[in-house]
Write a protein that binds this ligand. Sequence first.
Ligand code: PLP
Length: 399
Amino acid sequence: MNNSNNINDAFKGWSDKSYNRGRHLVERDITTLGWATPFYPDNSIPEHVLNATVSGLKNHGSSYLLPEGDLRLREAIASRLKKFNNLDVNSHKEILVTPGSNAGLYYAVKPFIKPGANDEVLIPDPSYTGNFLSVRLNGGIPVSVPLHASDGFQLDVGEFEKKLTPNTKMIILSNPNNPTTTVHKRENILSLCRLCVEKDLIMVVDHSFEDIIFDSRELLTIASVEEMWERTITVFSLSKGMGLSGYRIGYLVACEELMSIYHRFAVNILGPVNTAASYGAKAALEDYAFVDFYRKIFERRREVAFKMISQIPGVDCLFPESGYMLWVNISKLGTSDEIVKYLIDDARVIVNPGTEYGACGEGYIRIIYGAFKDDEKIYSILERIKESLKKLAFKKGII
Ligand SMILES: Cc1ncc(COP(=O)(O)O)c(C=O)c1O
């Protein structure tokens, strides 16, 4: 069947290998540090969020909400956008609640790609898999723009300029970036915004990790930059910093004109998100002190995890700027795939191969240190990784 071949083509090179591997191996009691959701597999719903969810279920659970999102939830989102993102948005007309940010990314891209027209989208590489996939699945061509370890994987407008063609339609990026954890600097963002305006490009920005940023780094919301509001779609999620990935709640923010297209998708395709989850999400957005608590946990773990993995001979690790993951250069020990397989066999741990995040991720692995509630548990798993990789380094004569 032709259609299924198209979908297979879209996924080619961006396989869900590690997801499948994870699913089967976890059943064989192999630990996964490959899923970016806080405390996985432990449950971590804050009490007030749980109570709001249960009462939402009891009182309203059997009915649909508005397809574009319950208005009270959108109002809670709007006040958060004002406080954290310097955005003053109309909660009726400029927000769409989505079932997670993956769906948000997919629909954000959709109106700007004409299948078969060779529309190109510039995407920093390495960056989140969904950035590349959402373009391919919509019939566009993802174009990798390399990021470099030498400057901490910051955006470099010169690299974007090199990849421009008459077919370039948009840019997609994640800020903070997953997997590198980079929080993009104001001056680099502003240069990229100037390019966007000059070349009349659309910008899609994924803010999924905005809650977990360390060392008071500034997160500049691109939609708040002059001349960017009308051409920027921002994608948010409650899965990452808030640890509510099971709720499947995210949101898109864009100007009224663009949002009217997305609202049509909501009415005709997506439908409203789960009613009880929507009530819980509103409680989380209104009382978010727990996010600071989580950030402190990850800040503490980041020191220990970084120190542990950096001690391995031949391995280079970036000190994380955000999130709860390490981006680790293992190229002296093997390819990304080889090391992932080796760690499954030798340490009984699953991590992500860097190539899941673009071709420039070759030679890297991503390790989630945000898993499990118990610090000691995660440290003992990291110790297993450390000992395994030390053994490999010794075999390769690196010690
Ligand atoms: C950067 C980034 N964006 C989006 C997502 C999708 O998350 P969700 O669909 O749960 O919001 C992920 C998940 O790993 C991610 O890492």
